[in-house]
Design a protein around this ligand. Structure first.
Ligand code: 5GP
Length: 116
């Protein structure tokens, strides 16, 4: 498992990003290519490559993703709701091999999936 990813560089401040939340377990920043008025990525501070690689050692950080998502959603005024997405590996459309949760909101996000 790589110990360095694009997101670890963002977490360490080596690549600029609009960080909206940070604590001892997770960091959240705005997606560079937003797919909704609010599009935030919430990332464990340690590298977990994909959802298919999680272990019990990751439970605290993974739980914190949801707590951070709730706090960010409140701050962003997403009372009407939002969508949380974790893409996994190739078929899931994952591009960055560092597990992350997408928080999308600010307008109706639409159907969960349109088959192509
Ligand atoms: P994935 O497809 O892996 O679930 O999502 C990766 C996300 O990372 C994409 O939505 C993409 O726009 C975002 N992303 C890629 N490179 C950067 C970057 O350098 N900075 C930020 N803030 N987001 C990025």
């Amino acid at each position: 498992m790589p110990d360095e990813t694009l997101f670890t560089k963002i977490i360490r401040g080596e690549i600029p990003a609009d960080v909206v939340y940070r604590d001892d377990l997770v960091t959240a920043f705005r997606d560079i290519s937003p797919q909704a008025p609010v599009h935030v990525l919430i990332v464990p501070n340690h590298v977990i490559a994909t959802a298919a690689d999680v272990t019990r050692d990751d439970e605290r950080a993974l739980g914190r993703l949801f707590v951070a998502a709730r706090q960010i959603a409140e701050r962003e005024g997403l009372e009407a709701g939002y969508r949380l997405i974790v893409n996994c590996r190739e078929h899931g459309g994952q591009e960055v091999p560092h597990l992350h949760m997408h928080l999308l909101g600010g307008e109706p996000i639409g159907p969960m999936r349109t088959r192509s």
